[in-house]
Design a protein around this ligand. Structure first.
Ligand code: FAD
Length: 500
């Protein structure tokens, strides 16, 4: 049974990226209709990682009406044009999941088919010759560019790297200015309604009581409401994604500041390098089945660009998702709703997408079970699609130099992913499922980058002679090279922003 009480008091529990993102969007869009209170505990603190994002963050920032310059300055952000995967296919090999378009869009037939045909004809083009984001990234260039001048092609798609603590602070200032009430304190007790089982009140250590109609659980890995209070089940995916730990440490910046994330595979895990204006965020992601904490720490410290700025810190997690992201009158947002390792920087996106979804389904006169079920269905599909994309990187490895990589290569994978791999291997085709986060181009880059070579291409490509195909590809390659050459250096872009 669910309360038919209208939702007037929303209580956000937790003040990390999830908490302040939720509070900010709710107050911005629902501010006149509801009261938003946020409770957080400085003693408990935030997880403090989570600094690389993907382009949909632009939609979230736009919904808040944020000023990009202020955002870049105050969160010490840098630009991200993609993720470079090093040593994933083989040691010494590297490819990028670059954002935005590759080549030119053709009706009925993706650009990769043209490139595949050129490969068969030994024309010597690299797939990433046609990615503006990749060409800019490797030259350390960035400038805002919506379209490429003179030709009908899209410009640069980008995201950010930012300091997680400063981002939470930035959103806090924004939310409080619009009327979010913040309460400091540790929750000691959670009171439930005897009949509905809904949460009614939070009791803090100092005795303060906070009542609410709808609770957003943003307590991170603590999952205080959705799990510890409501015991919502969890679907474990560690048989596909075995990492359960990360060792994180910031280090000093080095020049130039690169406009992309690096994901570097080692023998028994992988390392992230996230360049910010004032430091580099580093972490090593591993499974305790294959690597001890001491080894993880050693690998991490031996692979830093600059001097470490703190002691390495271990974070433990469990991969999978909460069976219901919305249970009774609690909506879990952020790490409390589930965890997927940060290989494709998807967690902050999942937060922002969950809050946007909650707004679409915002209860009017009480919580409608049909709304809640549909919210949960959509959240499940979203998590599963991202899960498959992440598994893809491991499954397609050609590495056999350690037990970890051999096990990844030989593991059974979800049917949904197997279908995608089979289709691409046979025909070079890949289709974005409805509303799926990752585009065909993202899938193509990872599949090609990991060495999955399609056996065929679309017959439309054969309408071009070899000379016409070469001319088309030569032109596109030149456009990407010339356009990226003309962009300012990323460092220069940041200097201009920070000086403003
Ligand atoms: P937290 O930041 O942990 O916040 C939890 C909040 O709940 C805190 O304010 C805490 O005080 C409060 N709280 C908890 N219990 C209580 C209580 N009893 N009383 C009062 N308050 C309480 N995401 C990305 O998008 N990109 C990345 O590159 C990325 N890298 C990651 C690397 C690692 C190793 C991990 C573990 C995660 C990474 N993520 C990444 C995910 C990202 O860190 C999180 O999605 C993001 O930080 C949001 O965290 P959160 O707000 O859910 O939790």
């Amino acid at each position: 049974m669910t309360s038919s009480k209208a939702v007037k008091q929303v209580v956000v529990v937790g003040g990390g990226t999830a908490g302040w993102s939720s509070a900010a969007l709710l107050i911005k869009l629902m501010g006149k209709a509801v009261q938003v209170t946020l409770v957080e505990s400085e003693d408990i603190g935030i997880v403090g990682v989570g600094e690389a994002t993907i382009p949909p963050i632009m939609n979230f920032n736009a919904a808040l009406g944020l000023d990009e310059k202020a955002f870049l300055q105050q969160t010490k952000a840098t630009i991200k044009l993609g993720i470079q995967f090093e040593n994933w296919r083989q040691k010494g090999d590297s490819y990028m999941h670059a954002f935005g378009a590759i080549g030119k869009d053709f009706p009925f037939c993706d650009f990769n088919h043209f490139w595949q045909r050129s490969q068969q004809l030994n024309m010597g083009f690299d797939f990433w010759d046609f990615s503006l984001a990749y060409q800019a990234a490797i030259k350390n260039k960035f400038g805002k560019l919506e379209r490429i001048e003179g030709v009908n092609l899209p410009g640069l798609s980008y995201a950010y790297h930012f300091d997680a603590g400063l981002y939470a602070g930035f959103l806090r200032k924004y939310s409080e200015s619009l009327g979010v009430k913040r309460i400091e304190g540790k929750i000691q007790q959670v009171l439930l309604d005897d009949i509905s089982g809904d949460i009614t009140t939070l009791v803090l250590e100092n005795g303060t009581k906070i009542a609410g109609d709808l609770f957003i659980d943003c307590t991170g890995l603590h999952a205080l409401l959705i799990d510890k209070t409501l015991n919502t089940g969890f679907e474990d995916w560690s048989h596909w994604l075995p990492a359960d730990s990360a060792m994180a440490v910031p280090c000093e910046s080095v020049q130039p500041i690169i406009p992309y994330t690096r994901a570097i595979a080692h023998n028994n895990g992988w390392q992230w390098r996230i360049p910010l204006q004032h430091r580099i965020g580093n972490g090593f992601v591993y499974s305790s089945k294959y690597c001890t904490d001491e080894e993880a720490q050693q690998i991490l410290l031996a692979n830093l660009d600059g001097e470490p700025l703190a002691q390495p810190r271990k974070i433990s997690f469990r991969t999978g998702r909460r069976l219901k992201q919305w249970h009774r009158n609690v909506v879990a947002v952020g790490l409390s709703s589930g965890f997927l390792e940060p290989l494709e920087s998807t967690s902050i996106h999942l937060i922002q997408s969950a809050v946007l979804r909650l707004l679409k389904f915002f209860p009017n006169n009480g919580i409608c079970p049909a709304d809640r079920d549909e919210f949960n269905r959509q959240s499940k599909v979203e998590f599963e699609q991202i899960r498959d994309f992440i598994i893809l990187h491991y499954k397609l490895t050609e590495r056999t130099d350690s037990q970890f990589w051999r096990d990844c290569k030989h593991m059974a994978i979800p049917d949904s992913l197997q279908r995608k791999i089979d289709l691409f291997r046979n025909t070079g085709r890949v289709f974005r499922e409805q509303d799926e986060l990752f585009t065909e181009i993202a899938w193509q880059q990872v599949m090609l980058g990991q060495g999955l070579v399609p056996q065929d291409h679309h017959p439309l490509v054969n309408a071009l002679s070899a000379e016409q195909l070469r001319e088309l590809l030569d032109n596109l390659k030149a456009i990407m090279a010339v356009t990226s050459d003309k962009l300012p250096l990323h460092d220069e872009f940041l200097r201009r922003i920070c000086a403003a």
